[in-house]
Design a protein. Structure first.
Lengths: 492, 95
């Protein structure tokens, strides 16, 4: 097995045993990126200079015997996370030349842990989308089938990990943007509890829903990254002052007696038969491992997409008001006056989906419609949250499919925004309720596309969430499969 | 119809978006379809339901009122589309 195929914890073992140097691991990652990224197109910006320095520092730290589990590990960052001195575009023309003067808190945290940043990954513009097709710059391809989407909005991060261009990556998840691409690309994706991880330096989309988390090759790597980025941050007043346990230590492999709920609302008439079978088989595996599986109900599930597209767009319309072409970002040429400058800069700088969502959010918040849409949406959000509160009175973990189908074809849903929105039907409620969710591979379709299994737990109960997911992973082999397309053009 | 072209034009003005005729037509049509879908929320009686704006309790955060370094001017202006080295420059506002 080549170095690039290894998980972060496997690489860390080799680094700490001094069997390999961080500089060599990095050479492998860049060789891999040069070989496969021209056809996958996961990266918007490579950070080779930064990475070389970080790798050299990691090797010194390892030599001193002070390495942590992420020291020397090549990691990619979604391009909506601010990196001091490195262009941060949100895959938008409006931020095409933006170079942040500061690092996001998660970026500083990983840097402090000794991680090595290989580059910034593609996304749907401002993280708005489920396929990464809304990028202003490029379409990222799914390593399992290049005619298909990698999921979104963290599609670049998911494809980069799946195609072994880095050991792990960070993404952000507002309605499924870490979990759904993880499912599409056959890897692990974790959206932590709202408030578990600081959002400082994450370009805001919907502030009450956004959360940063890892995309990784296995559950242990996701736990190790969460350990590095979780915690209260004075720079983000919504980061929670809740003690951070060791998530890696929670992976005992034991789920005997764990109460696992299967929500009946997530198994719909006419759903994809292969997805249903893979998920039901996975539930059987958990039952055989000793879990106590029972049915639960989340009755307001059918309303989640509607609530989300009111609340997320309303928050986005407010957050994106800052892009006015004054202090940073794109400014249109030759405006007749200040208003004209705002109107044209935003019209020329934002892509179609972003404009659509700003319009929807502005309309939902406008005089006369606020109660009917925004307030109503917030009230139904309460009902959705109460569904989860009730379910978690009787179970410890909930298991569902991550997405209704495996990865769809590029271009398949671009003409119909509503169809695109409905691909997030199983992930959206989780953000509305604020609870943590994780996706991992639980099988493959007859077309050899990965299928994702979603685990959910109570707020701040990532230890139990990760323990359950890890136990399943240990009992399965799906996460070990590698995409065929990733090998093209690469040295054996 | 959930939204008229006139209402869409109004929202575009509020959002400071100069839409082309074609964009405005298409957006109105797409928003109408999305709002049609969203209307399913009216099936639910929410008369006595408190709205949720945040899932965890959020309160004001205070810190001691002490001076500390802020972003240096050069860095603050570095991304400006137009500046004179001291200020952000915009089109003339007052005639």
């Amino acid at each position: 097995m080549s170095l690039t195929e290894k998980t972060a914890h496997e690489l860390s073992d080799l680094l700490r045993k001094k069997e390999v140097k961080a500089a060599e691991v990095l050479d492998g990652a860049f060789a891999r990126i040069r070989a496969v990224d021209p056809s996958i197109r996961a990266f918007l910006t490579l950070m080779e200079e930064t990475a070389r320095k970080q790798a050299a520092a990691a090797d010194e730290r390892i030599a001193r015997g002070q390495a942590g589990p992420l020291t020397g590990i090549p990691v990619a960052l979604k391009d909506n996370l601010c990196t001091r001195g490195t262009r941060t575009t949100c895959a938008s023309k409006i931020l095409g030349n933006f170079v942040p003067p500061y690092d996001a808190t998660v970026v500083s945290a990983l840097d402090k842990a000794g991680a090595v940043f290989v580059g910034k990954t593609n996304l749907d513009e401002f993280a708005m989308g489920s396929s990464t097709e809304n990028s202003a710059f490029q379409v990222t391809r799914n390593p399992w089938d290049k005619e298909r989407i990698p999921g979104g909005s963290s599609g670049g991060s998911a494809a980069a990990v799946a195609a072994d261009m880095c050991a792990a990556a960070l993404g952000s998840d507002t309605g499924g943007s870490i979990r759904q691409p993880a499912a599409c690309c056959g890897i692990v994706g974790l959206k932590p509890t709202y408030g578990r991880v600081s959002r400082y330096g994450l370009v805001a989309f919907a502030s009450s829903l956004d959360q940063i988390g890892p995309l990784a090759k296995d559950v242990r790597d996701a736990a190790l990254i969460l350990d590095a980025i979780a915690g209260k941050d004075p720079a983000d007043s919504t980061s929670a002052d809740v003690p951070v346990p060791s998530h890696a230590a929670a992976l005992t492999g034991d789920v005997r007696g764990l109460r696992i709920g299967i929500p009946k609302e997530y198994f719909l008439e006419g759903m994809d038969a292969e997805v249903e079978k893979a998920v039901r088989d996975a539930v059987e595996v958990l039952r055989r491992l000793g879990a106590d599986v029972r049915e639960v109900s989340l009755p307001h599930t059918p309303y989640a997409v509607a609530v989300y597209y009111i609340l997320a767009t309303s928050e986005a319309s407010s957050n994106l008001a800052r892009f006015d072409g004054v202090k940073y970002a794109y400014r249109a040429g030759r405006p007749s006056d200040l208003l004209d400058m705002y109107m044209k800069s935003r019209a020329e700088g934002f892509g179609a989906e972003v404009k659509r969502r700003i319009m929807l959010g502005t309309y939902a918040l406008s005089a006369g419609y606020y109660d009917a849409y925004y307030r109503k949406g917030q009230q139904v959000r309460t009902l959705i949250k109460q569904d989860f509160d009730r379910a978690f009175e009787t179970v410890d973990v909930i298991v569902t499919p991550t997405a209704p189908t495996p990865a769809f074809k590029i271009g398949e849903k671009t003409a119909d925004p509503l169809q695109m929105y409905l691909s997030d039907i199983f992930t959206i409620s989780v953000n509305l309720a604020g609870v943590p969710g994780l996706s991992l591979p639980c099988g493959f379709s007859s077309g050899s596309l990965p299928i994702g299994l979603q685990f959910l737990a109570k707020a701040f109960d990532e230890p139990t969430l990760l323990r359950a997911a890890h136990a399943y992973e240990q009992a399965s082999e799906w996460h070990k499969r590698k995409p065929p397309a990733a090998g093209e053009g690469a040295k054996a | 119809m959930k939204i008229t072209r006139r209402e869409a034009d109004h929202a575009a003005r509020l959002a400071r978006l100069a839409l082309t005729e074609e964009e405005a037509e298409k957006t109105t049509e797409q928003l109408d379809k999305i709002l049609e879908y969203v209307a399913k929320l009216s099936e639910l009686d929410t008369k006595d339901v408190e709205p949720t704006s945040h899932v965890i309790p959020v309160s004001n955060v205070m810190r001691d009122d002490v001076a500390r370094p802020s972003l240096p001017r050069v860095e603050a202006l570095a991304n400006a589309p137009d500046s004179d080295g001291e200020f952000f420059r915009v089109p003339k506002i007052i005639e």
